[in-house]
Ligand binder design. Structure first.
Ligand code: 13P
Length: 348
């Protein structure tokens, strides 16, 4: 199957009432781990690359690795997504390269750190939507500001400083015509999200539910959704790591989100933890080893295990064969003729 539009993937997820994990990649082993998990669980999948990943791996390497994933797994729908584009230019370059989806994160200014005004966010996001939809490419926007920093991108903080205002979410969706909307509900990127198991006072699921009630047809996106499981932390610390005690987003809260309009769930940190733990274990217990395959193979297996578990928990498992890919050219026509209208259905 060729790379598919993320819009098609999320529309199908909405019909089926499940969520789709969007997993970050920087290298071949991570892409193979995701595809191994998708094959094992028969799941559609979103593979995403941040600006940091694109510069680490170099665009052409990463792009061709993902094309190889599509070529080798024709039965799996794969959307290729730019994570946290900081400007029109970043999104344009991803689209020109062949990404089928982009995130324009206009919640921050182009420096990727300073919160932008609502008007600035609307203007740059709308510009990306016009460019992307004419080419059949999906757009995710962000309203409210997430906490933490990932690959140098982020405002920092706990994620509670700029929780999304439901009225603004409605206005933003109407003014920009995004296909998917990332909202800030107290999650943050990275391993250090919460200093205790999060309850209703730190994770604003009530805000998410309020936004879904107002925008029942808009695909919501949860960023910073790693669960940071204790067993993965323990492996790292057991073999010489120094992680401080920390909590992530409980899977039950993500599942509550999925029941309330969340269709895309971003996960990066859990996979980083899994790989690092596996590598540490080999290097710590078998210090005589020096062939990278001796630690990259267990690292890839550890990541595949986490991804397969998330695919099952998010409900995407078993859905890879539900539909045929619609070509990006057909998707572009759909935006033009209004059959893929992004005018949100608003409940006032
Ligand atoms: P985590 O750091 O929680 O994995 O979040 C990743 C993310 O949201 C990527 O955009």
């Amino acid at each position: 199957m060729p790379l598919v539009s993320m819009r098609q993937l999320l529309d199908e997820a909405a019909k089926g009432g499940y969520g789709v994990g969007a997993f970050n990649v920087n290298d071949m082993e991570q892409i193979q781990a995701i595809m191994g998990a998708a094959k094992e669980t028969n799941s559609p999948v979103i593979i995403q690359a941040s600006r940091g990943a694109r510069s680490f791996a170099q665009d052409r390497y990463l792009f061709h690795l993902i094309l190889a994933a599509a070529e080798l797994n024709p039965e799996i729908p794969i959307a290729m997504h730019q994570d946290h584009g900081n400007s029109f230019e970043t999104c344009k370059s991803a689209i020109e390269l062949g990404y089928t989806s982009v995130m324009m994160d206009g919640s921050l200014k182009e420096d990727g750190k300073t919160p932008a005004s609502f008007e600035e966010n609307v203007a740059v996001t709308k510009k990306v939507v016009d460019f992307a939809h004419a080419r059949g490419v999906t757009v995710e926007g962000e309203i409210g500001v997430l906490g933490g920093v990932e690959d140098g991108h982020g405002a920092g903080g706990t994620g509670l400083e700029h929780v999304t205002d439901p009225d603004q979410a409605v206005e933003f969706a109407e003014l920009t015509g995004v296909d998917a909307l990332a909202i800030a509900i107290g999650t943050s990127h990275g391993a250090y999200k919460f200093s205790k198991k999060p309850d209703g006072s730190v994770l604003k699921m009530d805000v998410l539910i309020a936004i879904h009630k107002r925008l029942p047809k808009t695909h919501l996106v949860m960023h910073g959704s790693s669960s940071v499981p204790k067993d993965l932390q323990d492996v790292i610390n057991q073999y010489g790591g120094k992680l401080k005690e920390t909590w992530g987003v409980p899977v039950e809260e993500i599942q509550l989100g999925i029941r309330n309009g969340v269709r895309k769930i971003n996960v990066d940190t859990d996979n980083r933890l899994a790989m690092t733990g596996a590598i540490r274990k080999v290097l710590w217990t078998q210090p005589e080893k020096f062939d990278p395959r001796d630690y990259l193979k267990p690292a890839r297996e550890a990541m595949q295990k986490v991804v397969a578990q998330r695919m099952t928990q998010f409900g995407q498992a078993g859905h890879a064969g539900d539909y045929q890919a619609v070509s990006i050219a057909e998707i572009a026509k759909g935006y033009k003729d209004g059959s893929l209208s992004t005018k949100p259905l608003v409940a006032r």
